[in-house]
Design a protein around this ligand. Structure first.
Ligand code: SAM
Length: 228
């Protein structure tokens, strides 16, 4: 069965508490990673940029602020997350669009850059989504992806496991009033591709100059690539 409908319902349910939970659970680091994503996307000039799985719109808003001439689209399949984005950034010229990352409603080769935060962990087939992203990027266009990544097996692993298994669901229960959504975050992180495998999927989808960097004790990965 597809993950999609359950993921959509889950984000619709937590939309109003999502930002507070994000800031708390990452100890305020999450915006720093989003700024890194936007810097790696590069200045698109007057071109179009797509922030896919935009959620409550943080990356789209940073793109808007960093590259004032760009035309920015923030797209997501959760209507409540998009409603939060619209409310938070109502004064900014961002186009908000409801859409599914598996079937992008855009023509081929229209974007200078595509960014996304915490999308691929939530889809059934990362390669399929990466091929869609490749299709809509212009030659030379950049993709930048932020996501959680399973922690490596080192001395910190037991501590990180404790935080993921108990700390995050507890915070989810207290702040987002939804422990199951944040147990899902833990499970989907542990089951997600490791950073090297994800880089391989970028290459398989046709991207070149693929690279990545890890943050937060190796639990967050930012991957990038260029459409040749
Ligand atoms: C964890 S939130 C991330 C939001 C935002 N990118 C950020 O940095 O905070 C994940 C978002 O991905 C969206 N999403 C998940 N699967 C999707 C899909 N197949 N198509 C479009 N959006 C999707 C969810 O609705 C949710 O808003």
């Amino acid at each position: 069965m597809s993950k999609g409908p359950g993921v959509q319902r889950m984000f619709d349910a937590i939309a109003g508490r999502y930002d507070l939970m994000n800031r708390t659970m990452t100890l305020g680091q999450d915006q720093r990673w989003r700024r890194f994503v936007v810097a790696r996307a590069g200045d698109p000039g007057r071109g179009w940029v797509l922030d896919l799985a935009t959620g409550t719109g943080d990356i789209a808003a940073l793109l808007r602020r960093s590259y004032p001439d760009a035309r920015v689209i923030g797209a997501d399949f959760s209507r409540n997350m998009l409603a939060e984005a619209r409310r938070r950034f109502s004064l900014q010229a961002i186009h908000w669009q409801a859409c599914d990352a598996n079937r992008l409603p855009f023509a081929d080769q229209v974007f200078e850059a595509v960014t996304f935060g915490y999308l691929l962990r939530n889809v059934d087939d990362s390669l399929r989504v990466m091929r869609e992203v490749h299709r809509v990027l212009r030659p030379g266009g950049r993709v930048v992806c932020l996501d959680t990544t399973p922690p490596a097996d080192n001395l910190l692993l037991p501590l990180l496991r404790l935080y993921f298994r108990y700390g995050i669901p507890l915070l989810g229960k207290m702040i987002a009033r939804d422990a199951s959504a944040y147990s899902y975050l833990t499970g989907s992180t542990m089951d997600f591709h490791d950073a090297e495998t994800l880089a391989g999927i970028f290459r398989e989808a046709g991207f070149i100059t693929v690279g990545y960097r890890k943050f937060m004790l190796g639990t967050i990965g930012i991957h990038w690539g260029i459409r040749p």
